[in-house]
Design a binder for this molecule. Structure first.
Ligand SMILES: C[S@@+](CC[C@H](N)C(=O)[O-])C[C@H]1O[C@@H](n2cnc3c(N)ncnc32)[C@H](O)[C@@H]1O
Length: 332
């Protein structure tokens, strides 16, 4: 019998919320164990999946039962199968592979979230469990996986054919730039990021068809001169890493590097005025806080005020993909 409060809330309400890490970890581990890949060709029984994965039978059953319970796998007549989203995004066979995104959560974010209380009490960033090359690789590949939906949506939503040169500030490995340049064959771009990221971008973009239209420039957006000669700027997945003073500084510096009429696209998980919706963006605020000690997900209203302060005219706010949206502005 389920015990409920008079309001109808189940007694497990806080167990499910507080134990959310169990479902998160089980999903990430199922992906790392290659379960979705093994099911890519069709349904398998537990014994067949055990033979394919060489995992202990009962432990494997725990994980795949959990995936059925979470509505990631289906179970019919003793055979386990990827459901449609798992087949498309986690099996390695779809057009878009989200396994590196789960790896980022599993290998980097999970251990950082263990430090949440300390981060909140101290205002200092969480320490990553791994550093250097490995951190950078898992981080870049994961960010690419999570940003691809928004990048394709941005490229499809905006006609940049009147623009000549786009400056991508904190552009990472070019996950936004590549679809934009593919869509706009006359557009050229500068990817500006910190030196270690530019090195990774150089390797990851080497084989891209649009590589000859991308200039890579390393520097710090808060201290080094921003490259001049652009009539559009993109700041994607960047402002959430910093406190409002730094956001204002980068918007001002970007404006100073552009002529009147230039367009600015700020892609992020923009929030409602109460900072409570979208729900997942409210959770991401915790991740951004941990990464830098002062990150956050900001509201569109905050963004509008910062733009007005820094020489930009707010044009519009549009959804892109999932909880990601874009604020568009024009240099005045
Ligand atoms: C979350 S990633 C976003 C990458 C890319 N724009 C995207 O959306 O896929 C944030 C990027 O900002 C870069 N970054 C952080 N601080 C920076 C700074 N002070 N100057 C330039 N880039 C910076 C990081 O190296 C990283 O590539």
């Amino acid at each position: 019998m389920t015990i409920r409060l008079p309001s109808g809330v189940d007694i497990d309400h806080f167990a499910v919320l507080g134990g959310g890490f169990m479902s998160a970890k089980m999903l990430c581990v199922a992906s790392e164990l290659g379960i979705f890949e093994k099911l890519a060709d069709g349904p398998l029984t537990l014994d067949e999946l055990q033979a394919a994965t060489q995992l202990p039978r009962r432990a494997l059953r725990v994980v795949i039962s959990g995936m059925v319970a979470l509505d990631v796998l289906t179970l019919d007549d003793g055979r386990y199968a990827n459901n449609a989203p798992a087949q498309e995004w986690l099996s390695g066979r779809g057009a878009h592979d989200m396994r590196p995104g789960l790896r980022l959560y599993d290998k980097l974010m999970y251990s950082m979230w263990l430090q949440l209380e300390h981060v909140i009490r101290s205002g200092t960033p969480a320490r990553p469990s791994t550093m250097g090359e490995e951190f950078a690789r898992i981080f870049s590949e994961g960010v690419e996986a999570w940003t691809r939906g928004g990048a394709i949506a941005l490229a499809e939503s905006y006609d940049l054919s009147s623009r000549q040169r786009l400056l991508d500030i904190g552009g990472g490995t070019g996950s936004y730039l590549v679809p934009l340049l593919e869509r706009h064959p006359a557009l050229r771009a500068t990817l500006f990021d910190l030196p270690p990221t530019i090195e990774i971008a150089r390797r990851r973009l080497a084989a891209a068809a649009v590589r000859d239209r991308i200039e890579l420039v390393d520097g710090d957006a808060f201290f080094d001169p921003l490259p001049a000669g652009h009539d559009a700027a993109l700041i994607a997945g960047f402002v959430h890493l910093f406190d409002p003073d730094k956001v204002v500084l980068v918007l001002r510096r970007t404006r100073e590097a552009m002529a009147p009429g230039a367009r600015l696209f700020i892609v992020d998980q923009w929030m409602d005025p109460t900072h409570t919706q979208p729900t997942f963006a409210a959770m991401l605020a915790g991740t951004y806080l941990m990464l830098s000690g002062s990150g956050d997900t900001y509201s569109v209203d905050e963004g509008r005020a910062w733009l007005a302060q820094t020489g930009w005219r707010f044009v519009e706010h549009k959804p892109l993909a999932g909880v990601t949206s874009v604020v568009v502005a024009e240099a005045v």
